[in-house]
Write a new protein. Structure first.
Lengths: 365, 113
């Protein structure tokens, strides 16, 4: 998760002391949270019954009517999911044990050390957000696997009913093949991201003319470009330039970017794959004239856990795992991907790969 | 009177609110001391009524507020009252309320500087 992105969420303060509620409200509201207040456990339960359960509940251990522990027990009994942070007196260690037993996930002691409280609340909120994003990603992946699987099953069923191999038309077999390739690619992508993150994918570098790789990618995506009525062009400042890279990985990265560019391009527009050099770096760019990516979304596109949000907003048309893969694959080469994008005008993704260029003299040798 | 203050606690509290705007700390302090005045009145009324439970609750709140300000002695006096009230022993409460009043006045003066 990007640390620059503000953490938001809702918090219910439950404390019978108006001064404590006032101070907590001011501090947490200033930190960007939506804050509500309840004077005791009963009010807090009523709040949960009439509103959504808050992300976090800050609960004073000692309150009249229904105290903090009773409130936690009731919340558990009612199946209300919220993260409870108990506030307890310094002289009350027993309360801490009790708090954890009734489901609190953390505690702070009075007098409150304000910087600690703010950090703790922020950390809990980030953990909740990450958990939600992981759930969203899992749902998204399962959803994306369901469509090709259904297609494969449908065509296989038709063929089974027919039982006459001569009648199996090429179209059915071709659809089964393409959908199984799609599933296999998704599976490989998920496995590769895991390996790249753990540093368990050793690079297999080899020397190759850059133009060769670009033309190969162009040819591989020509059918897709035609389908979307998009032109696909290749340009190299110096067609003779060669580089030492794990070309299998890098062509997959460029392929991912080209595939995204085509999907987001306007009909009749052009996607260009370019190669250039800058100081000691090889620069490979994929440029489209599509709808572009907003500044806010640009911060999120590389993180696989924020992809679900982007797909809902329409920035991504698939799981978006491809971009996470691209970033990791390029970083494994010691490089980075720069993104320039403007809404309405298009995007330019540039792979900046240092120390991979082969000097002309060596190429000739 | 030599009432001890935990200045680290006080300064952290002040910095937390001054960080937002120069006026916020004054608002917080005024509201906090005002709320404490109200609790002191409740404590006295509860003691006069001989209601140990109300005394305990008021002393508990005052202890917490004093702790927030870093007013160590004031918090200790309130804790003493809370403990006695929990044991339903209210004999020494009037004397402790007197001490608490003096300590609270001192704290109000010193933190408002």
């Amino acid at each position: 998760m990007s640390s620059a992105r503000p953490v938001t969420g809702s918090i219910l303060i439950t404390d019978d002391d108006p001064s404590m509620r006032m101070m907590l409200r001011r501090v947490l509201h200033r930190d960007g949270f939506t804050v509500w207040e309840a004077e005791d456990g009963i009010q807090a339960l009523k709040f949960c019954a009439t509103h959504h359960a808050p992300d976090i509940m800050l609960v004073d251990a000692m309150m009249p009517n229904l105290d903090g522990f009773g409130l936690c027990e009731e919340l558990q009994r009612l199946g209300i999911k919220t993260s409870i942070l108990i506030i307890t007196g310094l002289d009350d260690e027993e309360s801490v044990d009790r708090a954890f037993k009734v489901g609190a996930i953390d505690y702070v002691t009075k007098p409150i050390h304000w910087p600690v409280l703010r950090q703790r609340v922020k950390r809990i909120m980030q953990a909740k957000e990450l958990e939600q994003m992981k759930d969203d990603l899992t749902t998204m992946i399962v959803h994306d696997m369901k469509n090709p699987l259904s297609t494969i099953r449908g065509y296989a069923e038709l063929m089974l009913q027919d039982r006459n191999p001569d009648a199996w038309n090429l179209e059915s077999v071709s659809r089964i093949y393409h959908n199984s390739v799609k599933l296999l690619n998704m599976t490989m992508m998920i496995l590769d991201i895991g390996r790249l993150e753990e540093g368990k994918m050793p690079l297999q570098p080899s020397q190759r003319p850059v133009m060769d790789a670009l033309v190969e990618t162009q040819q591989a995506f020509e059918w897709m470009a035609t389908d979307h009525d998009v032109h696909l062009a290749v340009h190299a400042d110096d067609p003779a330039v060669a580089a030492i890279l794990d070309w299998n990985l890098i062509t997959r990265v460029i392929g991912n970017l080209v595939s995204n560019a085509i999907k987001h391009s306007k009909v009749g527009s052009t996607v260009i794959i370019t190669a250039g050099t800058n100081e000691e770096c090889l620069l490979l760019s994929v440029i489209d004239q599509g709808e572009g990516i907003s500044e806010e979304d640009q911060k999120m596109i590389w993180n696989r856990f924020t992809q679900a949000k982007l797909r809902r907003s329409g920035t991504l048309l698939d799981t978006g795992l491809g971009l996470t893969f691209c970033k990791l694959a390029v970083e494994t080469h010691g490089g980075r991907i720069d993104l320039k994008s403007e809404l309405g005008y298009g995007s330019q993704f540039t792979l900046v790969l240092p120390g991979v260029l082969v000097p002309q003299a060596e190429q000739q040798a | 009177l030599n009432t001890s203050m935990d200045w680290d606690t006080f300064n952290t509290l002040r910095a937390t609110f001054e960080q937002a705007s120069s006026g916020e700390w004054q608002e917080v302090l005024t509201e906090l001391l005002g709320n404490m005045d109200t609790v002191v009145v409740e404590l006295e009324l509860a003691a006069q009524a001989g209601d140990a439970n109300r005394v305990r609750r008021a002393a508990h709140t005052l202890k917490s507020n004093a702790g927030s300000l870093g007013a160590v002695d004031l918090a200790a006096t309130c804790r003493e009252m809370e403990t006695l009230a929990r044991a339903e022993s209210l004999n020494d409460i009037p004397e402790l309320i007197e001490r608490m009043r003096v300590e609270f006045d001192y704290v109000k003066r010193i933190v408002s500087v």
